[in-house]
Design a protein. Structure first.
Length: 291
C-alpha cells in the first residue's frame, strides 16, 4: 500500500472529497478559503470562490455541481463560475453546515453544527428534488461523516464533539437514532466517512493519524496509519474506485486548535492511497424535479 501527497495542493480546511467517474476528477472544498476545487485526471487544479463559507460539494447533472454553503444550498456552473440563487437550508443562526452528501435516491443531505463547536444547534437538512428543504433530526454539536449503506437503507452521521457515529433506518423519514460506533481516543474524533462495496464504513479519526474501517455491526476491522493527525475526510476514486483520497486541514486556521492534540505536520495536504485492496461505491448525482 502506498500513501502519497498530491503535489501543489494545500488547503486551510479541506473537506467533502467526491469522485466524478464521468470526468475522472476529484471534487472537494476548502471551507475557510472558501472555494470549490476540482483535481482533474492530469493533475490540474481548478478553483471557484464561493459567495459564503462552504460546507460540501456534490455531483449534479448537465455539467453542474451542487454546493452546500454555510446556511444554504446552491448550484455551481463551472463553465461560467456562476452560482444559482441560494435555497435557505433552515440552519440555526449560530450554526453552519459542516458536511454534505447525496443519498442513493439523489437527494442532497447536509448536516450542521454550532459555530462555537459547543452548542447542540446543528441539524440534518435534506434538499428535496422539488427544491424544498426537510429537517430530519437535530441536536448536533458538530455534524459530520454522512454516508449510506450500499442499498441506501441505513444512514450514518457522526457528532464529532460527542465522539459518536449514529445510524438511522433511512427512507422518506428517519428511523430511531442508534449508536453505531463510539470513540474515546484522547481528543480525536470521527470526521468524514464513506462506505465501500462490502458495506463497511470508513471514517477519519481526526486528531489522530488513523483511517478506520468498520464492519456493518460497528466492529473495527482495520486501521491505516496516515502521515498526519490533521486528516478530515475521504472518498474512493480512480478509474476502478480502488484509490482512496484523503483531505486534511491546517490547524492554525481552527480557533480551538491550541486546545487539541493536533500539530501542523503535513497540514492541509491532499493524500492518495493506492493498493489498499478495497473498492468504493459510485456516488449518486443530485436528482432534480423543478429547480
Amino acid at each position: 500500500m502506498l500513501i502519497e501527497s498530491i503535489p501543489g495542493i494545500r488547503t486551510t480546511v479541506g473537506e467533502s472529497p467526491i469522485w466524478d467517474s464521468s470526468s475522472r476528477s476529484l471534487w472537494f472544498v476548502d471551507i475557510l478559503e472558501p472555494a470549490v476545487l476540482r483535481l482533474d485526471e492530469h493533475g490540474d487544479l481548478s478553483r471557484w470562490a464561493t459567495p459564503r463559507q462552504v460546507g460540501a460539494v456534490a455531483l449534479a447533472d448537465s455539467g453542474t455541481v451542487a454546493v452546500a454553503l454555510d446556511n444554504a444550498f446552491t448550484t455551481l456552473h463551472p463553465s461560467s463560475g456562476d452560482f444559482a440563487p441560494p435555497t435557505a437550508a433552515g440552519v440555526a443562526a449560530n450554526a453552519a453546515i459542516s458536511e454534505g452528501k447525496v443519498d442513493r435516491d439523489g437527494r442532497f443531505v447536509a448536516v450542521s453544527g454550532g459555530r462555537d463547536f459547543s452548542s447542540a444547534v446543528g441539524a440534518i437538512h435534506r434538499w428535496e428534488p422539488d427544491g424544498s428543504v426537510t429537517e430530519l433530526d437535530d441536536g448536533f454539536i458538530l455534524g459530520n461523516g454522512l454516508c449510506w449503506s450500499v442499498d441506501g437503507s441505513i444512514m450514518y452521521v457522526a457528532d464529532s464533539k460527542r465522539g459518536v457515529i449514529y445510524a438511522y433506518e433511512y427512507g422518506t423519514s428517519l428511523g430511531e437514532r442508534r449508536v453505531f460506533a463510539r470513540f474515546d481516543d484522547d481528543g480525536a474524533f470521527p470526521d468524514g466517512a464513506t462506505v465501500d462495496e462490502d458495506d463497511h464504513v470508513w471514517t477519519i479519526l481526526h486528531g489522530s493519524k488513523w483511517l478506520i474501517r468498520m464492519a456493518p455491526d460497528g466492529r473495527e476491522v482495520l486501521r491505516i496509519d496516515m502521515p498526519s493527525p490533521n486528516i478530515t475526510s475521504l472518498a474512493f476514486g480512480g478509474h476502478a474506485l480502488d484509490e482512496i483520497y484523503v483531505t486534511s486541514l491546517d490547524p492554525a486556521s481552527i480557533p480551538d486548535a491550541a486546545a487539541s492534540a493536533r500539530d501542523r505536520t503535513e497540514s492541509g495536504l491532499l493524500y492518495r492511497i493506492s493498493g489498499s485492496g478495497f473498492v468504493g461505491v459510485p456516488e449518486t448525482r443530485v436528482r432534480r424535479d423543478s429547480y
